[in-house]
Design a protein around this ligand. Structure first.
Ligand code: ITT
Length: 200
């Protein structure tokens, strides 16, 4: 069976493809299809947006699809940037400007006030019908400055619990061992496998 990963974020796609290894599907990205309409991410939660992306894409392509909505929730900022993580610093936001804004908002705050968790919600849908939703969290602290070149997004400012380095300073495989995305995808893989078994 074919599985479409409904994302336009190449960094997320790279991680999702690696984490999906081992299940018997042929993985495609949106790049393989023309004319897939942009999904407006106006949900109030990561769940809302993940479901919306998976349902709309799977309905349009008449295929099996997974979508990832994720974000970083900082305790001191009442869980912001959260669902607004991609566009935290406004129109034209980049990973760099988002990280700068986050560090600025936490300026002068001690480590005890810099707790944060990455959260990832994966929605699985087939031909417009939602099959299941899975969630993963990875908690840690926001560092005092940007460090490292690996990964993407907020990785240079996020230090996972039990580590002294940011996600951007550790290898992709070490990140994949503990990340919010890997936890969510582990659960999503069993949703996908159960669904596939219906067709055997
Ligand atoms: P799609 O909707 O097309 O999937 P997007 O980038 O808009 O792509 P989201 O709305 O889910 O995706 O926003 C997620 C943002 O959260 C992403 O752009 C990063 O800034 C951040 N983010 C998510 N997972 C991350 C990770 O593992 N490491 C660092 N930052 C991450």
């Amino acid at each position: 069976m074919d599985l479409v990963v409904a994302t336009r974020n190449k960094d997320k796609l790279r991680e999702i493809k690696t984490l999906l290894k081992g299940i018997r599907v042929r993985v495609f990205s949106l790049d393989s299809f023309k004319g897939v309409p942009e999904v407006i991410e106006d949900g109030k939660t990561l769940e809302d947006n993940a479901i919306k992306k998976a349902v709309q894409v799977s309905k349009f392509l008449k295929k099996f699809a997974v979508a990832d909505d994720s974000g970083l929730e900082a305790e001191y900022l009442n869980s912001d940037p959260g669902v607004y993580s991609a566009r935290f610093s406004g129109k034209g936001a980049t990973y760099k400007t988002n990280n700068e804004k986050l560090l600025e908002l936490l300026k002068g705050m001690p480590l005890s006030k810099r707790k944060a968790c990455f959260r990832c919600v994966i929605a699985v849908a087939d031909k417009g019908k939602i099959i299941g939703v899975a969630e993963g969290r990875c908690c840690g602290k926001i560092g005092f400055e940007s460090k490292g070149d690996n990964g993407f997004g907020y990785d240079p400012v996020f230090i996972p619990n039990g580590f002294k380095k940011t996600f951007a300073q550790i290898s992709a495989s070490r990140k994949n061992n503990i990340s919010h995305r890997s936890i969510a995808l582990k659960k999503a893989k069993s949703i996908i496998s159960n669904h596939l078994s219906l067709f055997r």
